[in-house]
Design a protein around this ligand. Structure first.
Ligand SMILES: Cc1cc2nc3c(=O)[nH]c(=O)nc-3n(C[C@H](O)[C@H](O)[C@H](O)COP(=O)(O)O)c2cc1C
Length: 217
C-alpha cells in the first residue's frame, strides 16, 4: 500500500475480534513508532503503557465506564491498548537527561555544540513555562504527534486501531498510579483486528472537501 492508500483506508475500528492477537514482532514495530515520534525540542515528554494481557486491559477498562461505556468493549476485546501519557512537569532534570542521551547517541561534535543545544532548548522551555504558561498543554501536543505517528503506522502494518479520548483520566491515573510517577494519561489507542460485525468498517470515510481545507500561496 502506498502512503495515500494507508491514509484513506485506515479507520477507527469500533468492534474487535477478541481472538486475534498482534504478534510480538509487530508490537516491537509499534514501540519503535512511538519512540521515534518527533517532539518539539526533542523533549519526548511522554511515557507509553502497553497492556496486552486480559488483566492489564481490565485495569484500563475501569476508566471506560459511565459516559465512556461505548469504549469499554473496544478496550476489552482488542489485542493491545496503549496509554499515551504526558509528563506533569517539564523539569530541568528531564531536559538534561535528553541532552545526555543525545550526547551518548553522538549528536554533539563539541562541548559548545552541546551547550548551544541546551541554550536553544531552554529558550523554548522557558517560553512555555513563563511567558505562555502552557507547558502542560504543550507537552500534551507532543503526545498527539506520537498518536498520529501510531495511527498511520498501525495502518501501514495492517493493524486496526481506535484512538480514544473517551475515558476518565482521573480514574485511569489513579488505577495506574501515574501522578506519583509525574505522569498523566492523555489518550488511549486500542490495537488489534476488526470483528466481522464492526459497523464502521463498511462505512465510507468522510472528510471536508480539499478546497475547504487547503489554501495555496
Ligand atoms: C484524539 C481522538 C480521540 C478520539 N476518541 C474516540 C473515542 O473515544 N471513541 C471512538 O470510538 N472514536 C474516537 N475517535 C475517532 C474519531 O471519531 C475518528 O478518528 C474520526 O471520526 C475520523 O474517522 P476515521 O478515524 O475513521 O478516519 C477519536 C479520534 C481522535 C483523533
Amino acid at each position: 500500500m502506498n502512503i495515500t492508500q494507508i491514509a484513506t483506508t485506515r479507520y477507527t475500528t469500533k468492534a474487535y475480534d477478541p481472538h486475534k492477537r498482534i504478534g510480538a514482532a509487530q508490537m516491537e514495530q509499534i514501540q519503535t513508532l512511538l519512540r521515534y515520534a518527533p517532539s518539539s525540542i526533542n523533549s519526548q515528554p511522554w511515557h507509553f503503557i502497553i497492556a496486552g494481557s486480559e488483566a492489564g486491559k481490565a485495569r484500563i477498562a475501569q476508566a471506560t465506564t459511565g459516559p465512556y461505556s461505548a469504549n469499554e468493549a473496544k478496550v476489552r476485546n482488542c489485542s493491545h491498548v496503549v496509554v499515551l501519557c504526558a509528563r506533569t512537569e517539564l523539569t530541568d532534570a528531564h531536559l538534561a537527561h535528553v541532552l545526555d542521551q543525545e550526547e551518548k547517541d553522538g549528536r554533539f561534535k563539541s562541548a559548545e555544540a552541546k551547550a548551544g543545544t541546551l541554550k536553544g532548548r531552554l529558550f523554548y522551555a522557558n517560553l512555555h513555562r513563563e511567558d505562555l504558561q502552557d507547558t502542560q498543554h504543550w507537552m500534551e501536543k507532543q503526545v498527539y504527534l506520537a498518536l498520529g505517528t501510531l495511527l498511520l503506522g498501525a495502518g501501514a502494518l495492517e493493524i486496526d486501531a481506535t484512538p480514544i479520548e473517551g475515558f476518565d483520566r482521573n480514574i485511569l491515573d489513579r488505577e495506574l498510579g501515574l501522578r506519583a510517577q509525574g505522569l498523566t494519561s492523555v489518550v488511549l489507542v486500542a490495537l488489534g483486528y476488526r470483528s466481522a460485525d464492526d459497523p464502521n468498517a463498511a462505512l465510507p470515510k468522510s472528510r471536508l472537501p480539499a478546497d475547504e481545507v487547503f489554501t495555496f500561496l
